[in-house]
Design a protein around this ligand. Structure first.
Ligand SMILES: C[S@@+](CC[C@H](N)C(=O)[O-])C[C@H]1O[C@@H](n2cnc3c(N)ncnc32)[C@H](O)[C@@H]1O
Length: 216
């Protein structure tokens, strides 16, 4: 039970969406066995469809881990599309790079090693789509940099925004997660209530926010 959706809804969605490729299945098994969190299948499918519609040329991802979501996104993009992904753990970067090489995506995915707090202020370039899947308490800190780096009409997809239901219900909040909950609520309140963005919160996976940056 994810506290976001009834199990039968989640099970049905997972049953009905297309099966992952053999390579992605191998990564799913590796992640499961090694307790590495990766995007849920219904979130992967959501990303794929959104990328097909939006056709981004440049994607920025925060939180690479083993490269699973970067591969999902790169495969959904047109063949010239590029991804920049930021990860602070060297062991994860090594695994991700070897996965990108194995599926011939190494030329299209640039991994930046470092803490996003330090990388983002120096990051050059503009992105049509930003996928945020890193430390949940930091989403609000990253946002000012996204405002600069995101093109007008660009989108931000933020994962885990309902965090096991805790964001929506105080009764579910675990004491040591109180700061994360408070900061995530601030983040959601900001992206939902300001002049720059238009946001929708979608109860799939662990909760996804889809944010559109209004055109100038
Ligand atoms: C949920 S995992 C990412 C999973 C990946 N997006 C996928 O679905 O395949 C989160 C990753 O973000 C990294 N991370 C967390 N906070 C970070 C930060 N401030 N800067 C860079 N990486 C960070 C963690 O080391 C971890 O590997």
């Amino acid at each position: 039970m994810s506290n976001i959706n009834e199990d039968y809804i989640e099970d049905y969605i997972r049953e009905v969406i297309k099966e992952s490729s053999v390579f992605l299945k191998k990564l799913e098994e590796y992640a499961h066995k090694n307790h590495i969190p990766i995007i849920h299948p219904e979130v992967a499918q959501f990303l794929k469809v959104l990328i097909k519609i939006k056709k981004p040329k440049e994607i920025l991802e925060i939180g690479t881990a083993i490269g699973y979501s970067a591969i999902v996104m790169a495969e959904a993009m047109d063949s010239y599309g590029k991804i920049t992904t930021i990860e602070r753990r060297e062991d994860m970067i090594n695994l991700a790079q070897s996965n990108f090489t194995e599926c011939n995506l190494i030329e299209r995915i640039n991994v930046i090693h470092g803490d996003a707090n330090e990388v983002l202020p120096k990051l050059q370039g503009s992105f049509d789509l930003i996928f945020l899947d890193a430390a949940k308490s930091k989403y609000m800190d990253f946002l000012p940099y996204f405002i600069n780096n995101l093109t007008s009409g660009g989108v931000i997809i933020s994962d885990n925004v309902l965090y096991k239901g805790m964001i929506a219900n105080d009764d579910l909040v675990v004491r040591r997660q109180k700061t994360i909950v408070r900061r995530m609520r601030e983040y959601l309140d900001y992206i939902c209530n300001n002049e720059i963005f238009e946001s929708s919160i979608i109860p799939i996976g662990d909760g996804v926010a889809l944010t559109y940056k209004r055109e100038d």
